[in-house]
Ligand binder design. Structure first.
Ligand SMILES: Cc1cc2nc3c(=O)[nH]c(=O)nc-3n(C[C@H](O)[C@H](O)[C@H](O)COP(=O)(O)OP(=O)(O)OC[C@H]3O[C@@H](n4cnc5c(N)ncnc54)[C@H](O)[C@@H]3O)c2cc1C
Length: 347
């Protein structure tokens, strides 16, 4: 029997050559993990407009996001959230990538939404969501709208600045001797986000970056908008979701909608400056679950992370590297590309 890739990788004279195509958070996380395991890695990154990792909020929020493909995805999201602090420590300081741990605050901004939110809080008991009455809510966040009536907090959720994370991963890749250029003849890992044909389609998202006096400490969520405070005082307001192909134009209507919803929950945002309007394309499969695995003997895809690619970066990197090492990876069964026909349709 021939040696496994892992054995070859550990033998310095014949280190396995792997090309990672795509330099978003997924590609860079995979490339770094492979370098750590002794592979020789070339990163192939072609610039695109609307890279998701540059537009993302960076919420590390399995509980907030557990509506999407919940059953299969929640264990993976939870495992990735647990990995995060240790993973970040390997890459950069928590400050450098703006890793915060204040938790998420779900807010009912009027009576209509209060009943829905109470129901949500009950549904999320496993997430240890603590219900907060109006006074408790304002004690935590005094700048909320006076109309806010109650809400709950999920303390375990975190947030990170995805742009800073991407930059830190790229710096580490270069520092560890990763190469950049064209793919060679070896194994290719395709992590091209929404451009990973034919596996995904782009789901466009627009968001705003505001700057000025810091107004909130927690990630604030309503069904219509979320606000993510950055350590440097900026406030991310996100995000829209629509399907109109790769149209990276920032829309006035989307900006209006985001500002209106943000204003209804934190009126003080009217005093802030608009620093940037960002648009990104979430890579989405038909079932909204990632697609990770071999699609040919020399090609792996790792994409389709849709709304949770930042959260899922550490676990994706680990599982892809396990696959390349030749290990059995049962955790990847729900995300096997074989569930789709080659044209991207359901198998
Ligand atoms: C508005 C918005 C908010 C979001 N909020 C969150 C959040 O709070 N939490 C969370 O976990 N996730 C969030 N996401 C989702 C997250 O951003 C994505 O799931 C994740 O960034 C996908 O990363 P990726 O590396 O697969 O793709 P991308 O970040 O899009 O990177 C793809 C890379 O591949 C390159 N590329 C493309 N084609 C080629 C090619 N042919 N050859 C070489 N290179 C190529 C591109 O230039 C790019 O560098 C959000 C997304 C959006 C749009």
């Amino acid at each position: 029997m021939g040696s496994t890739r892992k054995e070859r990788a550990r033998n310095d004279s014949s280190r396995a050559e792997i090309a990672v195509v795509g330099g978003g958070v997924i590609g860079l996380a995979v490339a770094n993990e492979l370098l750590d395991r002794g592979y020789a890695v070339t990163l192939v990154d072609e610039a695109r407009e609307g890279v998701a990792s540059n537009a993302a909020a960076g919420m590390l929020a399995p509980f907030a996001e557990d509506d999407v493909g919940a059953d299969a995805l929640v264990p993976l999201m939870n495992a990735s959230l647990e990995m995060y602090p240790g993973w970040v420590e390997r890459i950069a300081s928590a400050d450098e990538v703006d890793l915060t741990s204040t938790g998420s605050l779900f807010v009912a901004r009027d009576r209509d939404r209060l009943a829905t939110l109470r129901h949500e809080a009950r549904r999320r008991t496993e997430a240890n969501a603590d219900w907060l009455d109006r006074d408790a809510l304002f004690e935590l966040e005094p700048h909320l709208s006076p109309r806010a009536l109650g809400g709950f907090r999920v303390a375990r959720e975190r947030a990170i600045d995805p742009r800073r994370l991407r930059a830190a991963l790229a710096r580490r890749f270069d520092a560890l001797g990763g190469r950049r250029g064209d793919a060679g003849a070896g194994l290719v890992v395709r992590c091209c986000g929404a451009w990973t044909d034919p596996w995904v389609r782009p789901v466009r998202g627009q968001a705003l970056l505001l700057s000025g006096a810091p107004l909130v400490q927690h990630v604030i969520r309503t069904p219509d908008v979320y606000l993510v405070p950055r350590r440097d005082g900026r406030l991310y307001v996100g995000a829209t979701s629509d399907e109109r192909g790769f149209d990276a134009t920032a829309s006035a209507g989307d900006t209006l909608e985001l500002l209106r919803e943000a204003f209804l929950v934190v009126p003080g945002i009217a005093e802030l400056a608009i620093e940037a309007i960002v648009v990104g394309f979430r890579p989405a499969t038909r079932d909204h679950l990632p697609v990770i695995g071999y699609v040919a003997p020399d090609t792996i895809v790792a994409t389709g992370h849709y709304r949770n690619g930042v959260l899922l970066a550490p676990i994706t990197a680990r599982l892809v590297a396990d696959l390349i090492d030749g290990d059995a990876v049962p955790a990847l069964a729900p995300f096997d590309p074989a569930r789709f026909k080659p044209n991207g349709g359901p198998a």
